[in-house]
Design a protein around this ligand. Structure first.
Ligand code: 7TS
Length: 413
């Protein structure tokens, strides 16, 4: 049964908003199922980039002249759009960064300057992208803090009892993703944040995979930090966000020094700017910051609830179709609580071989470890085939993937 909201989803109109998707690859209609890696951009986003350079390009927060003020106003208006979108209390709690990786490194670097010390503990999970593991390992090397890891079960879910056992008086920070990029599993972060707070630990949520698929309310979650990337929510690359609670950001030392982030500089002593500028050294990615707001407005014009319902329908359809068609299919992360990712293996065929054949048949999927080698180690595999959907994808495209998989399977099995 398809719900009314899914039946009414304006997929025809949406498809036309994305010019890149209109092309053929090797003579076949392009099916783009690598949305967890990066999303395509609607025409309004592409236009906003060129409008910026044609109309208001100038440096921000510096000039008194007309263009600089226009650019500054647009940049700050976008910060406010993002604040509203994630329901942060203050717009200066929204910091512009290069992306999720940069946001996490900002926190890890800043906290390592005295706020996390030898003997403290950081908890990550077995389900993390490398960018939510390596910065914490580096912090541990610098500070003498210790990394602890929440294990996962056979369905790729975090084992909550083990998480509770890891929490203790030494725990300073818990860093987990909202949704796993490799498996699509949604973690119960609201409950996890409450548990961590009961142990007086801060929590950083890697929201790279949740921001395009669901409504995020940082106050309701009570997250201390929330990181995401613009390019995964239909915006430009090279721009992202770190949300942080004001009181915590105030306490934290800056991560990088330079222009923009200072109040006053003398050779004897430098004082720092107020938030958010304290954490935004140098000329920012101005056009990226502005256009990220455009991308978020576009997503909201469709509505995240409608998007989530439509994508769940795609996930369900694709999962059932593949299970029916391929008896030797193995889905990794086969749980009820997941977003539109199907990560799978077909018999003992190498994922790469399947990926190459799918590509020749017009279907773009990701193969490999998806920057989550510990997950692959857990399952004793080298990688998976990952089809990750966005709201512009269709059931007909899933059918095209299934056909292509059938051919690949016949050739390789
Ligand atoms: N965290 C998660 C959960 C991610 O999925 C990614 C990127 C990152 C962090 C890093 O984001 P970046 O924008 O800073 O690079 N994930 C993927 C992926 O699944 N395939 O390519 C990139």
């Amino acid at each position: 049964m398809i719900s009314e909201s899914v039946a009414a989803f304006p997929i025809e109109k949406i498809g036309k908003d994305f010019p890149i998707l209109q092309q053929e690859v090797y003579g076949k209609p392009l099916v783009y199922f690598d949305n967890a890696a990066s999303t395509q951009k609607p025409q309004v986003v592409i236009d906003a980039i060129s409008d910026y350079y044609q109309q208001i390009n100038s440096n921000v927060h510096r000039g008194v002249h007309h263009l600089s003020q226009k650019a500054t106003d647009a940049f700050e208006a976008s910060r406010e759009t993002i604040r509203k979108h994630i329901n942060a209390r203050e717009s200066h709690e929204v910091l512009f960064t290069k992306g999720t990786t940069d946001s996490i490194n900002l926190v890890a670097n800043s906290l390592s300057q005295g706020m996390i010390k030898a003997g403290d503990e950081i908890i990550v999970s077995h389900l993390e992208h490398h960018s939510n593991i390596v910065p914490w390992q580096m912090l541990c090397e610098r500070t003498g803090a210790k990394l602890r890891v929440i294990p996962i079960n056979e369905r790729g879910e975090l084992i909550q009892e083990d998480f509770e056992k890891l929490l203790n008086a030494k725990t300073k920070l818990v860093a987990v993703n909202h949704i796993s990029n490799a498996l699509g599993v949604i973690n119960p972060i609201k409950e996890m944040i409450a548990k961590a707070h009961a142990s007086d630990a801060w929590v950083l949520i890697d929201g790279a995979q949740s921001i395009p698929h669901m409504k995020v309310d940082v106050q309701d979650l009570d997250a201390d930090f929330y990181a995401f990337s613009g390019h995964k929510i239909f915006g430009p690359t090279g721009i992202g966000v770190l949300y942080g609670k004001e009181a915590l950001l105030e306490q934290m030392p800056p991560y990088q020094g330079g222009g923009e982030m200072i109040a006053e500089v003398t050779f004897e002593k430098t004082t720092y700017a107020t938030l958010p500028h304290k954490f935004e050294a140098g000329t920012p990615h101005i056009e990226g910051g502005i256009v990220l707001g455009t991308a978020i407005d576009y997503v909201n014009s469709i509505g995240l609830e409608a998007i989530a319902a439509y994508e769940q329908e795609l996930l369900h359809y694709g999962t059932e179709l593949l299970k029916d068609r391929f008896p030797d299919l193995r889905i990794l992360g086969d749980t009820e609580h997941k977003t539109s990712v199907i990560s799978f293996l077909l018999g003992d065929i190498h994922p790469y071989d399947i990926g190459v054949i799918l590509d020749k048949l017009g279907v773009a999927v990701r193969t490999g470890h998806h920057c989550t080698q510990p997950i692959m180690q857990h399952f004793g595999i080298s990688g998976t085939i990952r089809a990750s959907f966005a709201f512009y994808n269709t059931k007909a495209e899933i059918d095209q993937m299934a056909e292509a998989l059938e051919k690949a399977h016949n050739m390789l099995a």
